[in-house]
Design a protein around this ligand. Structure first.
Ligand code: UD1
Ligand code: MG
Length: 444
């Protein structure tokens, strides 16, 4: 969209969240709410963006970076909040979209519609007809469809309260006019606040054109409490599930698959029930993810089979045809093509070479309480069950490790590493022991 910018209002305290985290930083599908708004505005084509934040929100400034922030020191209303962005928008004369940071579900498509309408009208308001108009501001529209004013619920007459066309809060305003209009609003109203909505009546007085674009109620859900946050999460998850299936994944029970905003699944991925994808997960084609697996910040190649109950932690890189079985945890490790880690194992800070086989109960001991160390396992190596690999340590290509070993020295290519003490058998010992004990018990 040529020459368009956005101001996101996010200075509100969000007291109903009962949280020390600013409201708009609460995540939806693994990403702060405000970043959903930013992403959709950017996809709609805006060229610059300012987020209005409170004076006590350093974390939020980082969250929206590299976008600019403007601080609203006193929270005197939505009109006052937009004015806080005046300096950051100096010299900008294109269309300015105003959005709320706590209304995260508005689509790129709806923002585009607003910008398009902004090409021919000075003020465009995104309206909607909620099932329950509650305390939303009401849009007063004339017979010819022109918007004449927005009346806040607190200030509305009975007749105005009967209007079911409501203000979503999103506006698109001619940037050459916006701040001049805002400087003329007063706080002479029921809330004693500077209402952004008052610019409509002022614009009409100046003979400017104001109109309404109607949006969908579900998209305009505002998040004020954790109950509404959960409602928004469900909506986003359903969108992500839908998209994953459209893109060629089978979800056996979609309502139990949890995605992040950036999860990428290939074609013919089969996801069994109760699987969680944290941020930064990419999965290749023909992958089978069995029930109760948890993945975050991980890359999964083609034809991988994992789970049930597999846990891929940050920095996991599974190459093609890898198998990761039940109760296996992998962290910051490269598992090369065709390697198998099938049961009850922890692999962290490691490389497992192609076609290596890791026996049940193998643990890479990567941490001494102070530092982390690397384990390197070569191609085709065979690690016997219940092995502790005390890092830093290296097991060569085609080497074997005997079951139950504690390996703290490197094992060369093709060698056997074994730390098991020699086995002793005692002829007839068990039979004699049992006979003696049984006799003692019978006497009692
Ligand atoms: C606002 C609209 C109302 C609309 C409703 C939709 C006004 C006057 N009213 O009312 O017509 O129906 O949204 O949800 O605009 N904020 C600041 N600084 C402030 C005040 C608010 O940054 O001083 C931010 C808040 O963080 C929030 C947004 O602006 O993101 C909206 O503020 P809020 O107080 O929720 O406005 P409403 O009373 O809901
Ligand atoms: Mg509100």
């Amino acid at each position: 969209m040529p020459n368009s910018a956005a101001i996101i209002l996010a200075a509100g305290l969000g007291t109903r969240m009962k949280s020390t985290l600013p409201k708009v930083m609460h995540p939806l599908a693994g990403r702060p709410m405000v970043n959903h708004v930013i992403a959709n505005l950017q996809n709609a084509g805006i060229s610059q963006l300012v987020c209005v934040v409170g004076p006590d929100m350093p974390g939020l400034e980082k969250t929206v970076a590299p976008h600019k922030t403007a601080i609203q020191a006193d929270r005197l209303g939505t009109g006052h909040a937009v004015l806080a962005a005046k300096e950051a928008m100096a010299g900008f004369n294109g269309s300015i979209l105003i959005a709320f940071g706590d209304t995260p579900l508005i689509s790129e498509h709806t923002f585009k519609k607003m910008l398009e309408a902004g090409q021919s009208s000075d003020v465009v308001v995104l309206g909607f007809r909620p099932a329950d108009p509650a305390a939303y501001g009401r849009l007063v529209v004339e017979d010819d469809g022109a918007l004449s004013a927005i009346v806040e619920y607190k200030d509305a007459t009975e007749d105005q309260r009967a209007i079911n066309l409501c203000n979503s809060g999103v506006m698109c305003v001619n940037g050459a006019k916006l701040f001049g209009l805002l400087e003329r609003i007063t706080n002479d109203n029921a809330a004693g606040e500077y209402y952004l909505t008052d610019i409509v009546a002022l614009a009409r007085k100046d003979g400017l054109e104001c109109r309404v674009v109607e949006g969908d109620e579900e998209e305009l859900l505002g998040v004020n409490s954790r109950v509404e946050l959960a409602r928004a999460e469900t909506i986003v998850q359903n969108q992500l599930r839908h998209q994953a299936m459209i893109n060629g994944a089978t979800l056996l029970d979609p309502s139990t698959t949890y995605f992040s905003f950036d999860t990428q699944l290939g074609k013919d991925v089969l996801v069994e029930p109760n699987v969680f994808f944290g941020p930064r997960v990419t999965v290749g084609d023909n992958v089978h993810i069995k029930a109760f697996s948890h993945l975050e910040d991980a890359t999964v190649g083609n034809e991988v089979v994992m789970g049930p109950y597999a846990r891929l932690r940050p920095g996991t890189d599974l190459k093609d045809k890898v198998k990761v079985g039940n109760f296996v945890e992998i962290k910051k490790a490269l598992i090369e093509e065709g390697a198998k880690v099938n049961h009850l194992t922890y692999i962290g800070d490691a490389r497992v070479g192609p076609n290596a086989n890791i026996g049940a109960g193998t643990i890479t001991c990567n941490y001494d309480g102070y530092f982390k160390y690397h384990t390197d396992i070569g191609a085709d190596a065979f690690i016997g069950s219940n092995t502790a690999l005390v890092a830093p340590v290296k097991v060569g290509d085609g080497a074997n490790i005997g079951a139950g070993s504690v390996i703290s020295k490197d094992v060369n290519n093709g060698d056997l590493g074994l730390t098991r003490s020699p086995q002793k058998n005692f002829k007839g010992w068990a039979s004699k022991f049992r006979a003696r004990k049984a006799q003692a018990k019978n006497k009692k």
